[in-house]
Design a protein around this ligand. Structure first.
Ligand code: TNX
Length: 548
């Protein structure tokens, strides 16, 4: 999915953005203005420095780093990649690593089950026999003759491979051959995640992002050990996933004219969705599908008027208002629809989570909302999935076995805290810290500002386990950085909002709290900028960061 740096420009996103009427915005009158069409090369650092990283220059910060100055490894034309014999998954990680390292080095980097003696080798081996590593951790050791990554599972080999890519000079991200020496700093790294769930989210409903754009984002987020991609597949403006038993959902609400300002048409066929799931799985990213209900359902009701209480189809909506639509809670048709959608979605999703939304259901009376969730949350479990929803689902006792995604900006939420005592697990996405669609500052051409302006330091400057009273480390499954698409169109737009804040959220999810340090993080981030430039990733060159 590599994109040529030269061909990438910052796309003009000519979104004229109506106010988010239901949300009190600090600067709600601000409109999205088009970003200047400046060639990407002029936006980031002008040239990539040829610096060789130190062993600790890794995003997210590893658990333990022990440098050995005398043990520099040199990757050369004879280097081979060796993978655990008998493990197709380890072999696949090795193949992927070879594909990642070949363009810039120009070396053949054969992938073999065993290496010939005295050949410099990069080994990816299973059987680390270290319980601290868990399912995603790894040990990486670098000596003069070998790089060895050991893990209990292939996921750890993949994580270790991403670390190794960052330990090579920034030129390794060049899409064309660079003639230079390719060193890896000596020593060893012990690394494993703080939280099991590190997520990102794309909003397919407000503007449809194509399968290729989703795959590019998978590539970009997986470098930072983000292991879940949540796809918001339905909302008031559009329905973006094929459901065979209700075909008009996509025929009517996935087509031309759908999306904010009528500019985001499209939907994923089941085949495309499964292809994305498989592509992501190879990068150890699990797809989490979301169908939002009982609110945010206008697009479904446009296609099927029987999903309203009066049976009358509402007009299609292309504005950005929220909180006005609701499924008809007392109608059995509603539950037939919901069960069909959950059944089909569960069948095409190998991952454990199925997100049923549940946010901003302002048009659903509270008692109806609870009744709906009491019926629907267990339905998700019936189809073999863990129910997942925005934090409002904690109003329903049935959320005890569910995962709640905390998007509230408040640092106290008694309903969520009470649910935690009943067993609910929480993914932290506080909108004023983790929402990648919030502007960096008032001059950001894209994005919204209802929750906050979020500069890089704000995105990094919080702790998931102390953010909300009564929601401590043990209650937290992880963190997620959602990216809503009201103002976004292209992949360039996505990248501009996600980078460099996504690595901040990824570090909060992966790295031990003891490593939390702005000076360290910002220096590592600044050194990463030239890699994005070489990859053609349109990142925001935040003035808070010294970009190499
Ligand atoms: C709130 S946060 C929403 C979305 C909007 C987003 C824009 C949440 C669960 N719902 O419907 O797209 O704000 O920032």
């Amino acid at each position: 999915m590599a994109k040529s740096a030269l061909s990438r420009v910052l796309t003009a996103a000519a979104a004229s953005l109506p106010l988010l009427a239901a949300q009190a915005a600090p600067a709600a009158a601000a409109r999205a203005t088009p970003a200047a069409a400046v060639p990407i090369a002029q936006r980031g650092p002008a040239t990539a420095p040829a610096a060789s990283p130190a062993l600790s220059d890794v995003l997210p910060a590893p658990v333990q780093v022990s440098p050995d100055a005398g043990a520099t490894f040199r990757l050369g034309p004879l280097t081979v990649i060796r993978t655990q014999p008998g493990s197709p998954a380890a072999r696949a990680v090795g193949d992927q690593l070879a594909r990642d390292l070949r363009p810039a080095t120009g070396y053949p980097l054969p992938v073999l089950p065993v290496a010939a003696r005295r050949v410099p080798s990069i080994s990816l081996l299973l059987g680390a026999n270290d319980s601290r590593l868990g399912s995603e951790g790894y040990r990486l050791s670098v000596t003069r003759s070998a790089v060895t990554i050991r893990a209990n599972n292939p996921a750890g080999l993949f994580a270790g491979s991403q670390t190794l890519r960052q330990l090579l000079p920034v030129d390794i991200d060049s899409p064309a051959v660079v003639r230079r020496s390719w060193t890896v700093p000596g020593g060893s790294i012990l690394d494993y995640p703080r939280f099991a769930y590190r997520g990102a989210m794309l909003d397919e409903a407000r503007h449809f992002h194509t399968p290729d754009e989703i795959k590019a984002y998978v590539d970009e987020i997986s470098r930072f050990k983000v292991n879940h991609l949540h796809l918001h597949l339905s909302d008031d403006q559009g329905w973006r996933i094929q459901i065979d038993s209700w075909p008009k959902l996509t025929a009517v609400s996935g087509g031309a004219g759908t999306g904010v300002d009528g500019e985001g048409p499209g939907f994923l066929t089941k085949a495309q969705y499964k292809d994305i799931v498989a592509y992501a799985a190879k990068r150890y990213v699990t797809i989490v599908p979301e169908i939002d209900m009982p609110g945010h359902v206008n697009a479904a009701q446009v296609a099927y008027p029987e999903l309203t209480c009066d049976g009358v189809a509402p007009p299609p909506r292309t504005d950005t208002e929220v909180g006005y639509s609701s499924l008809c809670i007392g109608s059995e048709t509603t539950y037939r629809f919901v069960e069909d959608v959950i059944r089909e979605l569960a069948a095409m999703t190998p991952g454990p989570y199925l997100h049923i939304g549940g946010d901003e259901a302002h048009a659903t009376p509270e008692a109806d909302y609870v009744a709906f969730q009491q019926r629907v949350l267990p339905l998700v479990a019936e189809y073999g999935k863990t129910a997942y929803g925005w934090n409002e689902i904690t109003k329903a006792p049935a959320s005890a076995t569910a995962v709640a995604q905390y998007w509230d900006t408040a640092t106290t939420n008694p309903t969520v805290a009470a649910a935690v005592t009943r067993g609910t697990k929480v993914v932290m996405s506080p909108a004023n810290k983790a929402y990648l669609d919030m502007k960096y500052d008032p001059s950001t051409p894209l994005g919204l500002d209802w929750a906050a302006y979020i500069e890089v330091r704000d995105a990094y400057g919080w702790d998931p386990a102390t953010r909300v009273t009564g929601v401590g480390e043990n209650a937290i499954l992880g963190v997620e950085a959602p990216l809503w698409s009201e103002t976004l169109r292209s992949l360039d737009d996505i990248e501009f909002m996600a980078f460099p804040r996504l690595p901040a959220i990824a570090e909060l999810g992966w790295s031990p709290a003891s490593t939390h340090d702005w000076a360290s993080f910002s220096a590592r981030l600044g050194a990463y900028g030239p890699r994005w430039t070489l990859q053609g990733v349109n990142f925001y060159p935040s003035p808070q960061i010294n970009w190499g």
